[in-house]
Design a protein around this ligand. Structure first.
Ligand code: YYY
Ligand code: MG
Length: 140
């Protein structure tokens, strides 16, 4: 299996509780390497653009409000089968459904304030990485 990249966000509920390091440790322990990282305050335009695929969903407005409510840490993660590896350690979208030992089971507050984002395909990983990072910001 190939070494690939995925895109991660440590969401405002996690940065607010000072969990950036704890979440990153779980990613690293899962075999992922942080090859780019920056703490930003997402603008409304960025949040709307990033989640455009969900714009017809009933939760879209609240999701944009939440993602702009505090700092986030955007990261590029590298590892064998990175997209799946990251989705596995994140756990299910709703923490009530997430498996023991996953980031969302351990830290998430609700289906909305669920601590982390992770790309769902190699194709979307590339799009999402390009949305937030220039190539020279990624150091493998
Ligand atoms: O990829 P993942 O984050 O696990 O879930 P998505 O279905 O892509 O939804 C993106 C994001 O939207 C989710 O992390 C929280 C929020 N959300 C919500 O607030 N309420 C829902 N019923 C579904 C998703
Ligand atoms: Mg998703």
């Amino acid at each position: 299996m190939a070494v690939t990249r995925t895109f991660s966000i440590i969401k405002p509920d996690a940065t607010r509780r000072n969990l950036t390091g704890a979440v990153t440790k779980m990613l690293e322990d899962a075999g992922l390497r942080v090859v780019a990282s920056k703490r930003i305050r997402m603008t409304r335009e960025q949040a709307e653009g990033f989640y455009a695929v969900h714009k017809e969903r009933p939760f879209f407005g609240e999701l944009v409000e939440f993602m702009t409510s505090g700092p986030v840490v955007v990261q590029v993660l590298e590892g064998v089968d990175a997209v799946k590896r990251n989705r596995d350690v994140m756990g299910a979208t709703n923490p009530a459904d997430a498996a023991e030992g996953t980031i969302r089971k351990t830290f998430a507050e609700s289906i909305e304030a669920n601590s982390v984002h992770g790309s769902d395909s190699d194709e979307n990983a590339k799009i999402e990485i390009d949305f937030f990072f220039d190539e020279d910001e990624i150091v493998g």
